[in-house]
Design a protein. Sequence first.
Length: 273
Amino acid sequence: MHSRNDIGALLSEHGLAPRRDLGQNFVVDANIVRKIARLADIGPGDHVVEIGAGLGSLTMALAETGATITAIEVDRGIAGALRAVVADLANVTVVEGDALHLDWTATLAAADRWVLVANLPYNVATPLVCDILDFVPAVERMLVMIQREVAERLCASAGSDAYGAVSVKVAYWATARIAGTVPASVFLPRPNVESALADIRRRATPAVDVAPDPLFQLVRTAFGQRRKMLRRSLATVVSPEVFEAAGIDAQRRPEELDVVEWGALTSAWLAAA
């Protein structure tokens, strides 16, 4: 695992510097990356995809478990340095590419079941987690280190301040919890925010027996005016009769409904269409 001095030396050796536009913050604490590898609960026979592998601090800790690691890195210069770092590790493959635009079928062709473990750049964390849940069923579990505020939104329960449309999406596909917090001091450069570990585990079947597209359409519409009562935020799409059929009080606000209630409302809406 890399120390702060190791990261500095690698960057200097390869003529590189952390890029703010890519949200590059390299982990420089061996205890943190080993903790992440331990929490990931992986070992020989497991296939792990790591996004934003950087200079390999977490990659090496994951490789120590004996799992097979596919390390994704978008920055060409950093990817070259990463290949040099892991050159002697037979269970690590480096893929240069943008995780938001990967051909996931090709990237994950080596196995049917995958675990995603990553130190995600803050600017891509939410869309990436949502895309994986929506479109990459081969990824059965995720353990991602992300901005604490984002982690709280992904893992939030109905009624909490952090609960929003993305919380409903995560709850539809998976169970989620915060597995720990990470201080800013373990990164180089040091970010201005605290990080957290979000543990997201895909359900065998979605939380409700409703197609995702109409459910998320209603959710997005309602949370577009989250402070308004549902009868107002959904006035153009949901009639009073639909609320009654679903057993949902139209005077409630979007953040008060859990995923099961959103499912009931969507079912009633579709039945009335």
